[in-house]
Design a protein around this ligand. Structure first.
Ligand SMILES: Nc1ncnc2c1ncn2[C@@H]1O[C@H](COP(=O)(O)OP(=O)(O)OP(=O)(O)O)[C@@H](O)[C@H]1O
Ligand SMILES: [Mg+2]
Length: 275
């Protein structure tokens, strides 16, 4: 779901310090039932304003890690420490979670209402975010009256309105056509760069990972998947999603990631990833 949520703080609250990451995962092992662990001994961290992508083969455990971060999956071992309050973390998942019985404007205002704003103030602010995302005039509609791309924009407006400090995303725009996807992703990127919001993005799209991230983590094949590589992306910001492909660091990094991902996928019974 492209769900907006106030996260039920599963994480222990560590004292804030200048160099402390917003979220730090250490030795995380996760699994389902009595099956072998899906991921094992995973370490990762996201600092303030940093954009980090988590890539890896299908079924390796990327979504499971995100679910653990928001308290939906209890760790078998390891720690998840976060310096943020739950309300400072937003998330966008693949499926959206707009409430069908509320109008678009009410959906966007919901988080603000929960944060204590009056109805009038919340709806006025919701309207500002709807305008910003090109949805002005659609506030009175019901979610069922929107196109897929419009729904995604509403979900994004919901998250933006909450002004999170950390945004967790699990392939939020995967179902969109290429043009709309690039457009919405650029809006998201401009906002995140402008506001200094930290992001942890799960994606299967290596080009998207390079275009958006400061750092990419490659999760290996499961079961017992581990982080197999960390890749810094030496491309300055602000970034333009079209121009970024022409940066001299882009193609070599993409080649390296494909090679390393293909090596992980090889032997898993899946077709090898194309180089
Ligand atoms: N509810 C569940 N019960 C049992 N096993 C599960 C459950 N959810 C996921 N799994 C298994 O855990 C492993 C990791 O799943 P997960 O959804 O985290 O992978 P992923 O990396 O996000 O994959 P994809 O890229 O396809 O989204 C897979 O083998 C999957 O079959
Ligand atoms: Mg997934």
């Amino acid at each position: 779901m492209t769900a907006l949520a106030t996260v039920p703080a599963p994480m222990s609250t560590a004292p804030a310090a200048a160099a402390t990451p917003l979220v730090r995962v250490a030795g995380l092992t996760l699994g389902y039932g009595a099956a072998p662990p899906v991921v094992e001994a995973v370490d990762l961290s996201v600092a303030a304003g940093e954009l980090v992508s988590l890539v890896g083969p299908s079924g390796s455990g990327k979504s499971t890690i995100l679910r653990a971060l928001v308290g939906l999956h209890p760790p078998r071992a390891g720690t998840i420490a976060c310096t943020l309050a739950g309300c400072e973390i937003g998330f966008l998942f693949q499926e959206d979670a707009l409430l069908p019985w509320r109008t678009v404007r009410q959906n966007v205002a919901l988080g603000l209402r929960l944060a204590g704003r009056s109805r009038a103030a919340a709806e006025a602010e919701a309207e500002v975010w709807l305008e910003r995302l090109g949805l002005g005039g659609l506030g009175e509609r019901w979610p069922r009256q929107l196109s897929g791309g419009q729904r995604k924009r509403v979900a994004l407006a919901q998250v933006m309105a909450l002004r999170p400090r950390l945004l967790l995303m699990d392939e939020p725009f995967a179902a969109l056509d290429a043009i709309l996807r690039r457009q919405i992703t650029q809006e998201l990127l401009d906002w995140v760069e402008g506001e200094g919001i930290a992001v942890l993005l799960v994606t299967h799209d290596l080009e998207e990972a390079i275009a958006l991230s400061d750092r990419i983590l490659l999760l290996g094949r499961g079961p017992r998947a581990r982080i197999r590589g960390t890749y810094e992306v030496p491309i300055p910001r602000p970034r333009d999603l079209v121009a970024v492909h022409a940066h001299p660091a882009f193609a070599p990094l993409l080649q390296r990631l494909w090679t390393d991902l293909a090596a992980e996928v090889a032997g898993s019974g899946l077709p090898r990833a194309a180089a």
